[in-house]
Design a protein around this ligand. Structure first.
Ligand code: NDP
Length: 252
């Protein structure tokens, strides 16, 4: 007799699915038994995971990717909106083009992928959408103005979607990570001075004395995706090793 895995029979799509956090989520879902589609700009081979090329800012590419999921799997149970970029600037240094670009990926991308996913979730009789906010959507890191604004928008969109689709059994939550060790964080370190000093300073300011890993995030995403979280919706789940529980943040 084979043990049924928790996500057996579930179909999952992850935008930004080949990125630092997205890849860990795809691999966790696969281990839990789901059929997984990683949707990303670049296609790279991921073991046991179908990677579809999709730019979240392009409605045609989004339609096409979800059309492929419909053809192959007929339905969708889980959508994770993890595609995102960061721009490290104040508003004066941010061009209108850069402002529109980051909103197009972080906010409009979440809107477009969710719009295409909803009809497929109805075919499943419900589902779970997990958006990516950030602790920067609650409090601000200096020099990240446009990024902070996009994450605040994702938080509000998450609550609105949860209200609209809860009656159909579709739960919508956002994960709001602190510092997670991915290419995005490494690029942030590189742009802000001596890496070793900065990494230690950041670790030391966390009550847990470390920053997070993609697998830490995948654990919470996996819980929100599954049946154990059946009553969890409309919430912003901060995952930051206790960082924002403190009165004072470090200054970078
Ligand atoms: P990564 O840069 O490692 O991964 C992001 C992924 O999104 C990449 O694969 C990237 O592709 C993809 N992507 C970017 N633009 C598009 C696009 N237009 N269409 C499709 N895919 C795109 O970042 P993380 O894994 O660290 O971040 C994942 C999410 O978590 C983001 O929303 C981020 O804002 C959020 N987050 C991350 C934190 C951290 O400390 N790492 C903290 C708080 C929130 P490509 O490589 O081609 O650019």
């Amino acid at each position: 007799m084979t043990d049924k895995k928790p996500l057996s029979g579930r179909i999952a799509a992850v935008t930004g699915g080949t990125g630092g956090i997205g890849k860990a989520i795809c691999e966790r879902f696969r281990r839990e038994g789901a059929v997984v589609y990683a949707l990303d700009r670049a296609t790279m081979a991921l073991d046991g995971i179908e990677v579809l090329k999709m730019d979240v800012t392009d409605p045609k590419q989004v339609d096409m990717a979800f059309g492929q999921i419909r053809e192959r799997s007929e339905k969708l149970d889980i959508l994770v909106n993890a595609a995102g970029i960061e721009i490290e600037k104040t508003i004066e240094d941010t061009s209108l083009e850069e402002w529109n670009h980051i909103f197009a990926i972080n906010v409009t991308g979440t809107f477009l992928a969710s719009k295409s996913a909803l009809p497929l979730m109805r075919k499943s009789g419900g589902g779970s959408i997990i958006n990516f906010g950030s602790y920067d959507g609650f409090i601000a890191d200096p020099g990240l103005a446009a990024y902070c604004a996009t994450k605040g928008a994702v938080h509000a969109l998450t609550r609105a979607m949860a209200c609209d689709y809860g009656p159909e059994g579709i739960r919508v939550n956002a994960i709001c990570p602190g510092y997670i060790d991915t290419p995005m964080l490494q690029s942030f370190f590189q742009d802000n001075g001596d890496i070793n000093t900065l990494e230690k300073a950041i670790r030391d300011v966390h009550p847990m004395r470390r920053y997070g890993t993609p697998d830490d995030v995948a654990g919470l995403v996996n819980w929100l995706a599954g049946d154990e979280a059946r009553y969890a919706s409309g919430q912003l789940w901060v995952l930051d090793g206790g960082l924002t529980a403190q009165v004072q943040q470090m200054r970078l």
